[in-house]
Design a protein around this ligand. Structure first.
Ligand code: F6P
Length: 554
């Protein structure tokens, strides 16, 4: 590993890339030859990734790979896998990859074999999941658990809820999950509506066990439970049967009143947004069962192996991360769309927002020097085809460059067939896939004015109906959305995020930027509650908003 972060703008490769960005580039209509498509169609575990419709060529690729060399990306990657403290500002190892190492592996970090620890907790997670699924674990009145409510926020919510939705076909009948995250009491209010306390189990998920939202919601749920259980239920026994916790702070779990036997630990070397494959995935493990959860972990591991061992030219996360740097720093893109052609992945863009933006939304390098270049893009997206009828207009014909990742699966979760009264039967998944292909084709090749004229369009409408093309996309396909494939997808983006952060020389594993708002919220709470002296200390805008609030609540 290098001593300190390299300022990437001082590298030869950065200068080359600057020149290449200004040079004329071949139109994708000409550039997309069979040999280029073969060269840029790569397999990573079960994922088939076509990078060919991106705005680059051999020269750009060579310069991007040279940039990776000059910032010692491989050294930093290997340091991560080895458990070095690459999270510099928190002085921690970054070892989410250890969460999915097979049982027989060993990895000693700071004097401890972390793989043994991981599998010890995993065995407890699986045993607990089996107990709930089989009905051996009951509520305090002896009834089988039917609903698991995960209480957590950020990384303690987004991963579990995204995967719970994505793996819906793998869930056990008669057992469902709900998720409470927001401090808006509507969230808890809605999630608890209609629940039977006798058959509800709460999982309080919080790495720190100090997060305002989660602890408040956990207390709300505890009160709700004790108020709604049949009269005479012993409160301590009720909490013991209906509350379990996942945290790195097991002492605080005990203080909350949760039996330490019902607590599942993890470690400070797992970042919140990298934690869905730790015990934070407990709700998911209950929903889909240990076997499928193990498949998910195996999928993560397969992608880790790919990232760790593949040569640069065939290394999918490496190349996707470098392309993102190309778009961000040389072609002026500010955002990146993720467009799953899978309704089951409807929470995937939201999940990626935390992963990518909390990781790479930084303005200083890991030695504290200010960066002199753009970092983290804004990630966003919605499933296709819904997005097509909402925001694709801007991607096709707007003035902004929006690189987009399209994700699709060969086999549908619901193989439904449309049988119109007249005409052919249609496999509806084929319609979805046709749209997936059509969009990346339209974005790449557009439609020229002459082509529009040839369709007989009136001259005054030709400009409005012309598509410029050369809009970059990456197509990611897999046989089906299985637990293993989901693990591969998540790990792919974890490593893409890592690559970008390593080039930018930033610490992708801290999140100091969320602290100020938390602190100010605590300071402002008395003012919101009516303390005029605290209100008077605020800036004029905040004072005026508090006054409006007070007026409305009167
Ligand atoms: O506020 C940001 C954050 O710290 C995230 O990084 C984290 O995933 C989330 O809050 C929840 O934190 P915890 O799991 O400690 O409750």
């Amino acid at each position: 590993m290098t001593e300190g972060p390299v300022d990437p703008t001082t590298t030869d490769a950065w200068s080359r890339l600057t020149g290449l960005a200004q040079a004329p580039r071949a139109d994708l209509r000409d550039a997309l030859t069979t040999s280029w498509v073969e060269q840029q169609s790569l397999d990573a575990a079960d994922l088939h990734v076509d990078l060919s419709k991106n705005l680059f060529d051999d020269d750009v690729e060579a310069a991007l790979l040279a940039l990776a060399d000059e910032v010692d990306l491989v050294g930093r990657r290997d340091a991560m896998f080895a458990g070095e403290h690459i999270n510099v500002t928190e002085d921690r190892a970054v070892l989410h990859t250890a969460l999915r190492l097979p049982r027989e592996a060993t990895l000693t970090v700071d004097g401890t074999d972390v793989v043994a620890d991981v599998h010890e907790v995993l065995a407890r997670v699986y045993a607990f999941a089996d107990q709930v699924r089989s009905g051996d674990w009951t509520g305090v009145t002896g009834k089988r658990i039917q609903t698991v409510v995960n209480i957590g926020i950020g990384g303690s919510d987004l991963g579990p809820v995204m995967a719970y939705e994505a793996l819906e076909p793998y869930r056990q009948d008669g057992l469902s999950c709900r998720f409470i995250s927001n401090i808006d009491p509507t969230d808890a209010g809605q999630a608890l509506t209609g629940l039977d306390p006798e058959t509800t189990l709460f999982i309080v998920s919080s790495k720190t066990f100090g997060t305002l939202e989660t602890l408040t919601n956990a207390r709300l749920c505890r009160t709700w439970l004790l108020e709604h259980l049949p009269a005479g239920s012993d409160p301590a026994a009720a909490v013991a049967q209906h509350f379990v916790a996942v945290s790195t702070a097991l002492d605080k779990v005990a203080d909350f009143g949760i039996d330490p036997d019902n607590a599942f630990g993890f470690w400070d070397w797992v970042g919140g947004r990298y934690s869905m494959d730790s015990a934070i995935g407990l709700s998911l493990a209950v929903a889909i069962g240990p076997e499928h959860f193990a498949d998910l972990l195996a999928g993560f591991h397969a992608m880790d192996e790919h990232f760790h061992t593949m040569p640069a030219e065939d290394n999918v996360p490496l190349k996707m991360g470098l392309l993102n740097v190309w778009y961000t720093n040389f072609l002026g893109a500010h955002t990146h769309a993720v467009l799953p052609y899978s309704q089951l992945l409807h929470r995937f863009p939201a999940y990626l927002q935390q992963l990518t933006m909390e990781s790479n939304g930084k303005g200083v390098r890991w030695d504290g020097e200010a960066v002199g270049y753009d970092t983290g893009e804004v990630f966003w997206g919605e499933p296709g085809t819904n997005g097509q009828h909402a925001f694709y207009q801007l991607i096709h014909q707007g003035t902004r460059l929006v690189p987009a990742d399209f994700i699709a699966f060969a086999r549908p979760a619901y193989p439904l067939v449309d049988e119109p009264e007249e005409g052919e039967r249609v496999d509806v998944h084929e319609l979805l896939l046709a749209n997936f292909l059509a969009q990346t084709k339209a974005l790449a090749f557009g439609r020229t004015a002459d082509e529009v004229r040839a369709e007989g369009v009136a001259e005054e409408l030709v400009a409005a109906r012309t598509f410029p093309g050369n809009r970059p996309t990456t197509s990611i396909m897999a046989p089906a959305l299985t637990p293993a494939v989901l693990g591969q997808l998540v790990a792919l983006y974890e490593h893409v995020t890592f690559v970008q952060g390593a080039v930018w020389g930033i610490d992708s594993f801290d999140q100091w930027g969320v602290e100020l708002g938390k602190q100010l919220a605590q300071e402002l709470r008395p003012a919101v509650a009516g303390d005029a002296s605290v209100a008077a200390e605020q800036d004029p805008s905040t004072q005026s908003l508090i006054a409006y609030y007070q007026e409305q609540r009167r």
